[in-house]
Each structure stands twice: as structure tokens, then as C-alpha cells.
Design a protein around this ligand. Structure first.
Ligand SMILES: Nc1nc2c(ncn2[C@@H]2O[C@H](COP(=O)(O)OP(=O)(O)OP(=O)(O)O)[C@@H](O)[C@H]2O)c(=O)[nH]1
Ligand SMILES: [Mg+2]
Length: 257
């Protein structure tokens, strides 16, 4: 009788627990995001309190930070692992037990896209050719002068860490242990004036990776703008994860706590 009562009590009081892995390059804002999620959800289970700016004081993560938040219908255990190159080798040990991945991108550190670079290059070379023409009174031969610097800029460093970001995201998707795991890409630092818009991150990074060979086929994914520092978009990000891990429950069953 005691055992029956105990199991009924445990059944009535336990909740599903899902694990979420925060990944992304160093300095992307993973720890700031974790702190903001804790501030929003730890004392208020539905996260309806208004987001407050976080202090933004963090140090590069060596190892991991972990926190569990309690939502009305589940616990979410969030693993924040270091994004420095030396830390990335540890990521794969978390893949098999995670139910969702949040990949954080620093939107102020992806540079500008190829179209903007081309336009800038065209403008710059057109005006320098015009100056040259004026100085030398030369005619003809300007089209070669216009196209030359474009190639130079395309191969240059105006892309910030976009290429690194793409390669790292591809390597996450390439692992057989992440197949079918929902992935949320967060375009973080949207409060910064020099950030790129979420649509640019979608086109320049996410679509290329997910539609490319490394994309690992169809998977549940989304791109959302956030500011981990100010807290904007964080509740929506948690809500997306909550709904997707539930939807994928048969593929990756939760643990009961
Ligand atoms: N403006 C702005 N700064 C942010 C935001 N999120 C994080 N930062 C800043 O970015 C820097 C790095 O943030 P972290 O959260 O430590 O980055 P991380 O991804 O955990 O870095 P690693 O632990 O090295 O992988 C800190 O100075 C944060 O204050 C944001 O949304 N807006
Ligand atoms: Mg960190």
C-alpha cells in the first residue's frame, strides 16, 4: 500500500525534463543568455515578468554552466558550454543527451554580406576611376579597373566571423548524434547599432548551412532575433524550444523528475 501511494505521489508530482544545449562561437553571448533566462524564469515559472537589462559581466566560459528552470509542464535543463576553439571539442559529449540546441550568433560580428560588399566595392572603384580619369584625362579601360577590386574585397575580411560561424554550425549538424534535434539559431546582440538584421543571418548563414550538404536533411529549425543583454526575444526563444522538444518527444524522450 505504501509503495502504491508513493508511486502515485511521485507520478502526480513529477515532470518531464528536457536538456537544451547552448552552442556558438566564443563571445556570442551564451552565458549572458543563460543568466537572462534564469532571471526571467527562476522565480516566475511562466516567464511573464518583464525582462531587465543584465549586467553583461561575464568571463569566457571554461567548462560549463548549467541551470534548470521550471515551466508549468516541464523542467528545462540548460547547458552553457564554452565556445572558445579549445572548448569546442567537448561539445560532442553533450549531443546524445540533448533535446534541443540553441546556436547563438553575435549579429555584430558577422560582417556584411557579399551583395553589400560588392556594391561598396563597385562604388569605391567607380569613384576612384572617375578621379583617375579626371587626373589623367584617359578614356577607355575603366571596366577592368572596376571589376578588379571587387574580387579583392570578396576574398577580404569584411565577413567578420561569418565563415567561422558557418563552419562550426555545419560541424554540429554533421554529427550523427544531432540528427533530428530541433535547432534554434539566435541572432543575438540586436540592441547594438552595428548588428546585422536577422534576415541577413537567415540568408547568409542559416539557409546556406541547412540547405547545403551538411544540413543533415529536413529538421525543425528557426531563426529568432534576441538581445540576451536586454532580455528582448528571450521569452519567445524559450517558448519555441518548449514547443519543439514536446513535439519531438518520441524521437528524444524526456527524463522524468
Ligand atoms: N550589446 C550586447 N552585448 C552582449 C549581448 N549578449 C552578450 N553580450 C556581451 O558579449 C560578451 C560575451 O558574452 P558571453 O555571454 O560571455 O559570451 P559566451 O558566448 O558565453 O562566450 P564564451 O563563454 O567564451 O563561449 C559580454 O561582454 C557580454 O556582455 C547582447 O545581447 N548585447
Ligand atoms: Mg560563456
Amino acid at each position: 500500500m505504501y509503495h502504491l501511494a508513493k508511486s502515485l505521489y511521485l507520478y502526480a508530482t513529477s515532470k518531464e525534463e528536457y536538456s537544451v544545449l547552448l552552442l556558438g562561437l566564443d563571445n556570442a553571448g551564451k552565458t549572458t543568455l543563460l543568466n537572462q533566462i534564469k532571471a526571467l524564469f527562476l522565480h516566475n515559472h511562466d516567464g511573464t515578468s518583464s525582462p531587465q537589462p543584465s549586467s553583461g559581466k561575464t568571463v569566457p566560459t571554461v567548462g560549463q554552466n548549467v541551470a534548470t528552470i521550471s515551466l508549468p509542464d516541464m523542467y528545462v535543463k540548460i547547458w552553457d558550454v564554452g565556445g572558445q576553439i579549445s572548448m569546442r571539442g567537448l561539445w560532442q559529449s553533450y549531443y546524445s543527451s540533448c533535446h534541443a540546441i540553441i546556436f547563438v550568433v553575435d549579429s555584430a560580428d558577422v560582417g556584411e554580406d557579399a551583395d553589400v560588399s560588392r556594391l561598396r566595392a563597385r562604388k569605391a572603384s567607380a569613384s576612384s576611376s572617375a578621379e583617375q580619369e579626371q587626373e589623367e584625362g584617359a578614356e577607355g579601360g575603366t571596366s577592368a579597373a572596376i571589376t578588379e577590386p571587387i574580387a579583392a574585397i570578396d576574398a577580404g575580411s569584411s565577413f567578420g566571423r561569418l565563415d567561422e560561424c558557418r563552419a562550426v554550425l555545419e560541424s554540429v549538424l554533421r554529427s550523427s548524434e544531432t540528427v533530428g534535434v530541433p535547432i534554434l539559431v539566435l541572432a543575438n546582440k540586436q540592441d547594438r547599432e552595428d548588428c546585422v538584421e536577422v534576415v541577413r543571418i537567415k540568408e547568409g548563414l542559416v539557409r546556406k548551412v541547412f540547405e547545403g550538404e551538411e544540413g543533415g536533411g529536413v529538421r525543425d529549425s528557426r531563426v529568432l532575433p534576441v538581445s540576451a543583454l536586454m532580455g528582448s526575444g528571450v521569452r519567445e526563444a524559450v517558448e519555441w524550444v518548449r514547443s519543439r522538444v514536446k513535439w519531438n518527444k518520441e524521437g528524444r524522450p524526456p527524463v522524468m523528475r
